[in-house]
Design a protein around this ligand. Structure first.
Ligand code: ATP
Ligand code: MG
Length: 305
């Protein structure tokens, strides 16, 4: 299964949530690839805490070089074998592999794409499909060349019949809700661009779900205010629900919701069960990531909406 992680805005929680999703899928025994197609800022190595690769891989062996045909293969790193985080190295015998395909250190956003890049992207996606049960491709924010590249590659015959899922990440605010709708349904959005490239509109729409990240508890406000604040927060939450429904981001189109996690406010990382046991991370956060992993693989979550 190919999973394309995208958001209209930057800083939505797309990468941190996707890394945690990849980790939770691997705990369920699946072999998982995490592919850094955030070409302008290839920092996935930092999330997995792989020393020396926090800003991409040096030496011209990353995804930028591969796509530009400067290097024949895209380099890959087994997260558990290369991470500096000792507790991430430890794993039960049941777990699947977790492998990072990083971008190049110093690699930049591509200005344009050509047929050669589309072909190499398709070759990579086919190879990922052969080797991994799930490949999560973290795309640059917005209407990017990265999104165009995978939209084009997935129209090719070798990928047309593969299971492809799009996760659109957004925060639970007015600006993020309208922006996420625009990214999917607006001019030059996923549906418009995808159908222009030859995708079936209904199939493409059916492959898109939303993930609300870092959502506060409306019944608690931020904990500091009194009853007036609590009432106001609940009204805002209701208004956001209406806005989300009007923008086709209602609950039936939403794959999952992650709560605000104090650890992630301070440090981008994988939330381990050990962090929960140590009472450093909230149990709800680990549950939310596991639940996302379950629904990603549950066909009932992907019936047409
Ligand atoms: N559930 C959460 N609770 C609190 N903070 C979170 C949560 N999820 C993500 N964050 C934090 O939000 C910030 C942005 O997250 P992240 O870098 O994953 O976003 P992004 O959409 O990938 O951004 P970019 O567009 O820059 O790549 C990070 O500091 C991250 O730790
Ligand atoms: Mg990111």
């Amino acid at each position: 299964m190919l999973v394309f992680a995208i958001s209209d805005k930057g800083g939505t929680g797309r990468s941190v949530t996707s890394c945690n999703l990849a980790y939770r899928l691997s705990l369920k025994g699946k072999n998982v690839a995490y592919v850094d197609f955030d070409f302008g800022s290839p920092t996935a190595g930092a999330l997995f805490e792989i020393g020396g690769k926090e800003r991409g891989v040096p030496g011209g062996i990353g995804l930028h070089s591969y796509l530009l045909d400067l290097n024949g293969v895209a380099s890959q790193f087994d997260v558990r074998a290369t991470t500096d985080r000792i507790d991430l190295r430890k794993v039960s015998a049941r777990a699947g592999r977790l492998v990072l395909f990083p971008g190049d250190e110093g690699g930049a956003e591509f200005a344009t794409i050509d047929d050669g890049m589309v072909q190499r992207c398709a070759d990579l996606l086919v190879a990922l499909e052969d080797e991994f049960k799930v490949s999560i491709v973290d795309l640059s924010a917005g209407r990017s060349v990265a999104a165009q590249l995978v939209l084009k590659a997935t129209t090719l015959p070798q990928l047309r019949l593969k299971t492809v899922r799009w996760l659109v990440f957004h925060r639970w605010t007015r600006q993020h809700i309208v922006a996420a709708n625009g990214l999917v349904h607006g001019p030059h959005g996923l549906v418009h661009t995808g159908t222009e490239y030859g995708h079936d509109r209904a199939k493409l729409l059916g492959s898109i779900r939303y993930v609300r990240t870092a959502v506060g508890d409306p019944n608690r406000g931020d904990g500091s205010g009194g009853p007036a604040q609590a009432t106001w927060v609940q009204e805002q939450n209701r208004a956001l629900r209406d806005l989300a429904n009007r923008n086709q981001l209602g609950s039936s189109a939403t794959l999952g919701i992650t709560p605000i996690e104090p650890v992630l406010l301070w440090r981008e990382q994988i939330i381990l069960d050990k962090d929960v046991t140590a009472k450093i991370a909230n149990a709800e956060t680990a549950v939310a990531f596991s639940e996302l992993a379950r629904r990603l693989d549950d066909s009932a979550s992907w019936e047409r909406v």
